[in-house]
Write a protein that binds this ligand. Structure first.
Ligand SMILES: [Zn+2]
Length: 292
């Protein structure tokens, strides 16, 4: 699933293409992606809308439109935006099969926004779990999946003192707490594994049992790894691509995530994968010792 660095990469990229543009029409072959209204109503309401800005909150993409409207997109498991062009060689061409224009990079485009300068914003989604909701700003911002989110881990105001307060008294396993968007927003399986490996913390430790110095290590690793991953365009595991169709550069930096059976880059111990509350955790049992 795209996490904070992948979503941030997407937002920065599509903002350049979308800001100030008008949406001419929408094409879709998986109408269930659009929630809280039928596709035909959605299509009618969004036609002609001008994009004011594109931002991110946790793993949600927020596309601000004129006339006080807001489009929320959560990419879920396999969703990701791709940018294409629908005006070929200066001529206006509306292809019979819009997918054809994207086939070079991806065959799972299910939703396309056509913009007034010939740009296409396509949503690729192999598993079709992505969620697209259009509403007034007030309606969208009040949705529990936005209103109840925890703080942004890279925000300036999220100091170590804030982090400490957030984790204090948590009885759950530290990895589960890091991945809970209502505690801290935007961290998923990949970066939780990487952060805990960097901080040398066993993923199943109860968060409340961590010492001050262990919490400091986690906090520092979290900021450093997320910033680095944003800088490198995120991590491509599975079919995630940046909107220009490139693979995210952080994949080769991964120490443990998805590397079961490979050697720990720090000590050479074979990396293990365990299941924790239905999710996997990758770790090095030498660097990240379980408490006795
Ligand atoms: Zn190790």
């Amino acid at each position: 699933m795209p996490e904070l660095p992948e979503v941030e990469t997407t937002v920065v990229s599509i903002r350049q293409h979308l800001r100030g543009r008008r949406i001419l029409k929408v094409w879709c072959d998986a109408p269930k992606l659009v929630r809280r209204s039928s596709f035909s109503v959605f299509s009618r309401q969004i036609r002609g809308a001008r994009v004011l800005d594109v931002t991110r909150r946790a793993k949600n993409i927020l596309i601000f439109l004129d006339r006080d409207r807001l489009l929320l997109v959560h990419q879920k498991m396999t969703g990701h935006f791709l940018i294409g062009k629908w005006r070929v060689r200066g001529r206006r061409v509306t292809p019979l099969s819009p997918k054809v224009l994207f086939d070079r990079v991806n065959g799972y485009i299910h939703l396309i926004f056509y913009l007034d300068d010939g740009t296409m914003l396509g949503l690729s989604d192999l598993r079709k779990f992505a969620k697209v909701i259009l509403g007034s700003r007030h309606e969208i911002l009040a949705l529990p999946e936005l209103a109840d989110l925890g703080p942004e881990p890279l925000h300036k105001s999220f100091t170590f003192a804030q982090f400490y307060k957030t984790l204090e008294g948590q009885k759950r396993k530290v990895k589960q707490v890091l991945m809970d968007p209502y505690v801290i927003a935007g961290i998923g399986n990949i970066y939780a594994d990487e952060i805990l490996w960097a901080a040398k913390i066993y993923p199943a430790r109860p968060a409340g049992s961590l010492t001050l110095s262990e919490l400091k290590k986690i906090y520092k690793a979290m900021r450093r790894i997320l910033k680095e991953a944003v800088r490198l365009g995120g991590t491509s595991v599975g079919d995630y691509r940046t909107p220009s169709g490139k693979e995210g550069g952080y994949a080769s930096r991964r120490a443990v995530y998805g590397r079961e059976g490979e050697k720990c880059p720090r000590c050479g111990t074979v990396i293990r994968r365990i299941t924790m509350g239905g999710r996997s955790a990758h770790f090095c049992e030498t660097c990240q010792r379980a408490p006795l």
